[in-house]
Design a protein around this ligand. Structure first.
Ligand code: COA
Length: 333
């Protein structure tokens, strides 16, 4: 099996910052409530010209420049998103076109907030078999355009953004995804759902009038699920990799809620310097959250050559995924 590593990274955060106090002007909430329950202080809202495709293209371009990869070298483009520009075509083809990767295949993965970790594991399979040498992996979401701003328990938690990595084959043994878990439990589908707008219940005048559009979440059920699965998914991936929590250099969890992250970190004896947290500044950016945190961690110099990274995410489906990832020893740009 051929090893892989991350050779480039990038992220795109829309410039419009929306604080908790800003939200309190449009919905019955407070800065104190949001901070105490979720750890979120502010989030980004996409500007008029931003779409999931434009944000993806921006961060993928940065990642390719950092990796020194030309568009012609890209074999595959994977875009994890649950808020693509259109129901069809897949946003991955817009991204493939936008980055000029004319030789590449392109695929959209819609796995809720878990999508980017699913995509990293998928990229690894193509690299491991020799089918691909260079894969661009993006997580991008523009959820604020379908949030229901009359539902205060949900709309305060989410934000927009995108992050990308370039994954490439490595000649060093024992790098890339060393252990992973991909999970799904469709019996929990109703707990995190955009019920209207698909083929089961298309948007009609009536659904609009009844205010049925937008994301619906059963926060308590998702919280219970998330606190359990964050720990078990991490443990199972570590076991498959033959490693222990103490071996992790940086834990990069899905940024949904600071309380969920803290619990997982405490249960695994991971000190703050080994845990990447930016949920306070971006809120939950769904499939963009892990790559946005990963890219910021690289920029902050928190990831060194040879580092052992742990990714864990959970979300709609319900789904979860974890991956233990070893960087190879090449210097980082
Ligand atoms: N501002 C002020 N009050 C709010 C509020 C808001 N934005 N949203 C809900 N409330 C109120 C509720 O109406 C409720 O009032 P009541 O007790 O009078 O009925 C009270 O706050 C407590 O609500 P509850 O749902 O019990 O809060 P909680 O402690 O469970 O926290 C979440 C709510 C959503 C923050 C929490 O359940 C959570 O984080 N869930 C997981 C969400 C998640 O991770 N989703 C993403 C998955 S990818």
């Amino acid at each position: 099996m051929i090893s892989s590593t991350i050779t480039g990274w990038g992220h795109y955060a829309p410039s419009k910052v929306v604080t908790n106090d800003d939200l309190a002007e449009i919905v019955d909430t407070s800065d104190e409530w949001i901070r105490e329950r979720s750890g979120i202080r502010e989030r980004r809202f996409a500007e008029e010209g931003d779409t999931t495709a434009t944000m993806s293209i921006a961060c993928a371009t940065t990642a390719m420049q950092r990796a020194g990869v030309s568009p012609q070298e890209v074999d595959l483009v994977l875009v994890a998103s649950s808020s693509p520009d259109y129901l069809t075509p897949p946003v991955s083809s817009q991204v493939q076109e936008g980055i000029g990767a004319t030789r590449a295949g392109a695929m959209q993965l819609t796995v809720g907030c878990t999508g980017f970790v699913y995509a990293v594991v998928t990229a690894q399979q193509f690299i491991a078999t020799g089918a691909c040498k260079t894969v661009v992996v993006v997580g991008a979401e523009l959820t604020t355009r379908w949030l229901n701003f009359e539902d205060r328990s949900t709309c305060v938690l989410f934000g927009d953004g995108a992050g990308a990595v370039v994954m490439q084959a490595s000649e060093e043994e024992g790098c890339g995804v060393l252990g992973h878990v991909l999970g799904s439990d469709g019996s929990g589908a109703e707990h995190l759902i955009v019920p209207v707008g698909g083929v089961a219940q298309p948007t009609t005048k009536e659904t609009i009038e009844k205010g049925l559009s937008g994301l619906k979440m059963n926060g308590r059920e998702v919280f219970k699920f998330a606190t359990t699965v964050m720990g078990t998914a991490l443990d199972e991936a570590l076991e498959k990799a033959g490693l222990k929590a103490e071996d992790i250099d940086l834990f990069i969890p899905h940024q949904a809620n600071a309380r969920i992250i803290d619990l997982a970190a405490r249960n695994h004896n991971l000190p703050p310097e080994k845990v990447m947290v930016n949920v306070d500044r971006y809120g939950n950016t769904s499939a963009a959250s892990v790559p946005l945190a990963l890219s910021e961690a690289f920029e902050a110099g928190r990831i060194q050559p040879g580092a052992l990274l742990a990714f864990v995410a959970f979300g709609a489906g319900l789904t979860w995924a974890s991956a233990i990832f070893r960087m190879d020893s090449r210097p980082l740009n």
